[in-house]
Design a protein around this ligand. Structure first.
Ligand SMILES: Cc1cc2nc3c(=O)[nH]c(=O)nc-3n(C[C@H](O)[C@H](O)[C@H](O)COP(=O)(O)OP(=O)(O)OC[C@H]3O[C@@H](n4cnc5c(N)ncnc54)[C@H](O)[C@@H]3O)c2cc1C
Length: 367
């Protein structure tokens, strides 16, 4: 019998394998597509932020920075002597209209309690900090400018975690797990992302297709933060000399990952040009689509032991934030598995009791 089997070698599987291996557990990771063609993490925008409503999500965002900042030493291996996640710490800027402002003022109390280091300004002062913005229709904005939020290269980050886990003894094998009962192990961790329901049919997580567009603009602002325009739902960031922008339109029941190209003209371009007048000159140069592991109950993570099994743990439902939460979730699951309870960030609020009791714990501001 195996010691630990992790099903799914994506970002959550790799982070969990790393932390468990560091604690001396013998980990086997089973991944059905080692090229990760449809996995969510390589198709993500790579963003990490601490601007959330709930304290646990804020603290997971803080830990992401701490962990990513240290990987040149913590994830160093013989094969990968200079691990990097190519961090771009440009910060985040979230823009709120009157309909979201009250909720955001509440969120700011949690930012303060968690010492998140965020700044808030009224929309009337936005242009003093971000010259490129049209603040019309906005009431308030929250941002960071001290290199504590930004984005990384998801593939490089995954590679560094996987390499270190392997050096610590983890084995990554190709395989398609059909049923959780097919696995014989002391501990099983389901890290199957948006496909979790194939293994655990009582978990309310569905693949939700999101489209990202690649754009060129004669006016380039390399220092631009990852900006989320809550009134339109559009978000964007620089990518090298271009930009990436996410469509607010998402779709369930989409077996194909063909981008929703019409969204660019109908939704994304008008919203971008409205908020950043220079973006009137945008040119579409490409795009892709990927699946969010969407928790259809409350848009929040599902993490912990499955109450119907002796030895099954899971982590999924991150709804657009699984990459940034992967270090905190890998560490937390490892604490739960090896000591019986969380030792650092208390993640019990993400446990399965709320799921089966259908008690929503909704995190607003899904980007
Ligand atoms: C367009 C887009 C933008 C995003 N932007 C961000 C962002 O800016 N920041 C952020 O933090 N997150 C972002 N996300 C979300 C993030 O990518 C996901 O939440 C995260 O990747 C989930 O990690 P995971 O390891 O659970 O799933 P995945 O990365 O999908 O990995 C799951 C793996 O499990 C394997 N698997 C599944 N079932 C089985 C089985 N039965 N047997 C064997 N293997 C199996 C799959 O092949 C897959 O490789 C974004 C996602 C998308 C699509």
């Amino acid at each position: 019998m195996d010691d630990v089997v992790v099903v799914g070698g994506g970002i959550i599987g790799a982070a969990t394998a790393y932390f468990l291996s560091k604690e001396g557990r013998k980990v086997k990771v089973i991944e059905r597509d080692p090229a990760y063609k449809k996995a969510s993490f390589p198709l993500s925008l790579g963003g990490f932020r601490r601007q959330f409503f709930q304290k646990e999500n804020i603290n997971l965002g803080k830990f992401a920075l701490e962990f990513i900042s240290d990987i040149s030493s913590t994830l160093k291996t013989k094969n990968n002597p200079n691990p990097t996640a190519s961090m771009v710490p440009n910060g985040y800027l979230l823009l709120f209209g009157p309909e979201h402002a009250e909720e955001q003022y509440e969120a700011l109390k949690n930012h303060k309690a968690c010492d998140a280091g965020t700044k808030n300004i009224p929309a009337s002062k936005l242009k003093e900090v971000f010259s490129w913005i049209n603040p019309e229709g906005l009431e308030t904005a929250t941002y960071t400018d001290s290199k504590i939020e930004g984005w990384i290269d998801p593939h490089m980050f995954h590679n560094a975690l996987k390499n270190k886990a392997i050096e610590l003894g983890a084995k990554f094998e190709k395989g398609d797990v059909k049923k959780i009962s097919d696995i014989k192990a002391k501990t099983i961790v389901s890290a199957a992302g948006c496909w979790t329901k194939e293994l655990l049919d009582d978990i309310p997580v569905e693949p939700q297709k999101h489209t990202v567009f690649r754009l060129k603009c004669p006016k380039h602002y390399p220092e631009m933060p990852l900006t989320g325009d809550l009134p339109s739902g559009v978000y964007w960031r620089p990518e090298g000399k271009e930009y990436l922008a996410g469509s607010p339109n998402s779709k369930f029941d989409c077996p194909d990952l063909e981008p929703e190209w019409d969204d660019f003209e109908n939704l994304v371009w008008p919203a971008l040009a409205n908020r950043v007048p220079d973006f009137e000159q945008l040119k579409l140069t490409g795009g892709w689509a990927g699946y969010y592991d969407c928790n259809v109950l409350d848009n929040n993570a599902i993490v912990g032991k499955h109450p119907k099994y002796e030895n099954v743990f899971l982590a999924t439902g991150f709804t657009g934030r699984g990459l940034m939460q992967s270090p905190g979730i890998g560490r937390g699951l490892t604490e739960l598995i090896t000591t019986g309870k969380y030792q650092t960030i208390d993640l019990s609020c993400f446990g399965l009791d709320r799921i089966f009791a259908k008690q929503k714990r909704t995190e607003p501001y899904v980007l």
